[in-house]
Ligand binder design. Structure first.
Ligand SMILES: [Zn+2]
Length: 205
């Protein structure tokens, strides 16, 4: 018998918290909150959640050409003959590509890096799909490569690395503009964004 009066937490909870805290962006406190939320949730909902997790794992894969998460390989973008396969947009993750798709403004193809260069987290170029990107560029030289990495230290490092690796001068390389968000306020715009917005101003007449 335990000599202390203190109740010890169930090993089932500890295990659940352990698994949840391995998810990106989930710290130990959030993992604990999620674990107790799961315990309170009706069993039918948890069954649906676990089935959905298994379905995602079993039915989704990465396109071998562009590395987007897809049900079919090659994906519906790579296999679509009506899309412009001479324009290549480089993004960190599939979710970024789907965000661009939702704008209905882009009809080219994508290359998903599956992350960003981050020496602090031990992620170098070899952990991303950069060699596959360079191979794609060599095999089918695009007219334009659009760098759509995040405007962060990691995103900039990734972008600089990729640009330096593209040796062919014939290909046009562009980067998404950085500026004031729609509905934003100059007052609340940080110095760096405002500077970038100024530098990338567009003529209107
Ligand atoms: Zn694809």
């Amino acid at each position: 018998m335990n000599s202390s009066n203190k109740a010890s937490i169930s090993s089932v909870i500890t295990e659940l918290v352990g698994h949840l805290s391995q998810l990106p962006g989930i710290g130990p406190k959030t993992a604990e909150r999620l674990a107790f939320h799961i315990i309170k949730t009706p069993e039918s909902k948890i069954t649906s959640l676990s089935q959905s997790l298994m379905k995602a794992k079993q039915q989704l894969t990465f396109c071998k050409n562009c590395f987007i998460v897809t049900e079919n390989d090659p994906c519906s973008i790579c296999s679509n003959e009506f899309r412009d396969h001479k324009t290549l947009c480089i993004v960190h993750n599939s979710i970024d590509a789907y965000a661009i798709e939702n704008t209905n403004t882009y009809s080219g193809s994508y290359h998903i890096l599956n992350g960003s260069i981050s020496p602090i987290n031990g992620i170098g170029p070899n952990e991303l799909t950069i060699s596959q990107l360079l191979m794609r560029i060599n095999n089918n030289l695009p007219n334009e490569i659009i760098i759509a990495t995040n405007p962060t230290i990691e995103g900039d490092a990734t972008s600089t690395y990729i640009i330096n690796q593209i040796k062919n001068d014939e290909v046009k390389i562009t980067r998404l503009a950085i500026g004031i968000p729609i509905g934003g306020d100059l007052d609340y715009t940080d110095n760096k964004t405002l500077t970038q917005a100024f530098n990338s101003r567009q003529p209107i007449r």
